[in-house]
Design a protein around this ligand. Structure first.
Ligand SMILES: NC(=O)c1ccc[n+]([C@@H]2O[C@H](COP(=O)([O-])OP(=O)(O)OC[C@H]3O[C@@H](n4cnc5c(N)ncnc54)[C@H](O)[C@@H]3O)[C@@H](O)[C@H]2O)c1
Ligand SMILES: O=C(O)C1=N[C@H](C(=O)O)CCC1
Length: 267
């Protein structure tokens, strides 16, 4: 298999460092650029030393257009930064893996638009387990129809900026699509006070933030006399990082278009 040269955007972040580490360990990938924001305290440092895998001779830079020599770029910066760089990604013309979360409908449409020009893998969760869970949820929702109340609970570390998680929103979207519901109308994000009885169609989405929780998601289907709970728990960020590197290798040389982890993993 030919080598995949990867540029990491958001390189000094929690995910950026783990992805850098895994790229350095994979004989089929090389890190060719490490990009951070202009205000990063890590500019000029060797990304390998920062990521704990030893010198890679790739200094952290803030010029995102320097990704243009790479086969693929991976962006784990957060929604606002990813969006602010879409024109530059278009200009660089490099296939792009987007792991950032927290996009609204219009922002998602902007990424879909970018994918008309370059190949993009866009996925709120790159772990195999979560993507299998998405498939299971679709099956369960289809089987139970409207007879069960649906609640989604997600828990993440105290540093996470967006809520609910992109994964929880994707779970809700998959269930809503299967049951012909509408997330804008049927999602309920918090409850307090004299709220009255629950409506049949609502999909509750609740958020917990604390400590160093890597990422946990439970979808509850609550019926009369029984309840199904489908849970995924990530115990290491490497599960997401591994998926991102797999996506980058898969994306190299593809046609322009919008791809998901279902495409990458063949699910
Ligand atoms: N898809 C997945 O599987 C998955 C998994 C984990 C996290 N995430 C998402 O990835 C994103 C990042 O998560 P994190 O925990 O690594 O966050 P983080 O805050 O640790 O990392 C973000 C990095 O981006 C850098 N950055 C800021 N501005 C920049 C710019 N203009 N150019 C380049 N880099 C810039 C920051 O300095 C920081 O180092 C979040 O949206 C999170 O929800 C997705
Ligand atoms: O740590 C994070 O931030 C994570 N974000 C993703 C999300 O919002 O779904 C995936 C899990 C980890």
């Amino acid at each position: 298999m030919s080598n995949t040269n990867i540029a990491m955007v958001g390189a000094a972040g929690r995910m950026g460092k783990r992805i850098t580490y895994l790229i350095s360990e994979d004989p089929a990938t090389s890190l060719t650029a490490a990009v951070e924001g202009t205000d990063s305290p890590f500019l000029g440092q060797d990304i390998g030393e920062l990521a704990g895998c030893g010198k890679l001779n790739v200094d952290i830079i803030d010029d995102i257009l320097k990704i243009s020599g790479s086969d693929v770029a991976i962006d784990f910066t957060g929604a606002a930064v990813t969006l602010s760089n879409l024109d530059k990604y278009r200009q660089a013309g490099v296939p792009l893996v987007i792991g950032s979360t927290g996009f609204d409908k219009n922002e998602t449409a902007a990424i879909e638009n970018l994918a008309k020009t370059i190949p993009v893998v866009f996925a709120p969760n790159m772990s195999l387990g979560v993507n299998l869970t998405f498939k299971i949820l679709e099956m369960v929702a289809g089987a139970i129809g409207d007879d069960f109340d649906i609640e989604i609970i997600e828990a993440h570390h105290r540093m996470k900026k967006d809520a609910p998680s992109g994964t929880a929103m994707k779970m809700a979207e998959i269930i809503a699509n299967k049951l012909k519901r509408n997330i804008d109308r049927d999602a309920v994000f918090c409850r307090r006070g004299l709220i009255g009885e629950r409506s049949d169609k609502e999909i509750g989405i609740q958020t917990i933030r604390g400590g160093d929780i890597v990422g946990e998601h439970t979808a509850m289907f609550c019926g009369a006399g029984e309840r199904i709970e489908i849970t995924h728990k990530a115990s290491s960020r490497d599960t997401f990082a591994k998926g991102a590197v797999t996506a980058a290798k898969w994306l190299k040389g593809r046609e322009a278009g919008l791809y998901s982890m279902f495409d990458v993993l063949g699910l």
